[in-house]
Design a protein around this ligand. Sequence first.
Ligand code: GCO
Ligand code: CA
Length: 255
Amino acid sequence: MSIELFSLAGRRALITGASQGIGLALATGLGRAGASLVINGRDVAKLEAASDGLRDKGLDVRAMAFDVTDQAATQAAISRIEVEEGPIDILVNNAGMQRRGPLESFAAEDWHAILRTNLDSVFFTSQAVARHMIPRGRGKIINIASLMSEVARYGVGPYTASKGAVKNLTKAMCTDWARHGLQVNAIGPGYFATPLNKALSEDATFDQWLRQRTPAGRWGKVEELQGTAIFLASAAADFVNGQVIYVDGGILATI
Ligand code: GCO
Ligand code: CA
């Protein structure tokens, strides 16, 4: 089997929420596999810094700041990318946020913020990109789910609900769009030391719990998500559809 199967040469990938953390790691991995990159974020300064870092690695990258929770802005940005850069072959819906607190006191505006960022954005961005992919008869959409697509943890109910929805939206997109030659899958990260989890990784009690609860006995490194993203973005996964691949050190496999 040729390694070409995993090559992304000649392909363009759009990654949302790519200024830092998992999104930036995924952009780096897809770029190293040969993809031209368009990275998205809301904060222009952070996005430019991330672009510079990727360019320093010799990668082809365009920064495109837009708010993925704003459907009109997202549709306009996707059209601009398709005209100015070329076809989007791979979409990684990574933008996401976390707010923690028990459900009985969780504010509605926080609930809506999480659902907008973690779920609405996946629908808005995927719909806008799919409208260009469908006439081409091909495209790869990779949603970033979570181990919280399967299980809950105290105090992250709204996030858990949003990531459970991302899992089933992945299956729904597969069902509607596989006939058009699109493959839609998800990656479910376990615990990774990223800015989203700073409060956790710096908490000695949580850190000890996590290491004992995870069969691998450690936090994941964001680079360890790159191989799964390259696989799902490549021809090697042309008949993989509607799946969630968990990259979690075994945490979901064990009680
Ligand atoms: C938490 C964490 C988790 C993980 C994420 C992993 O508070 O438990 O934020 O939600 O970071 O789900 O994919
Ligand atoms: Ca370019």
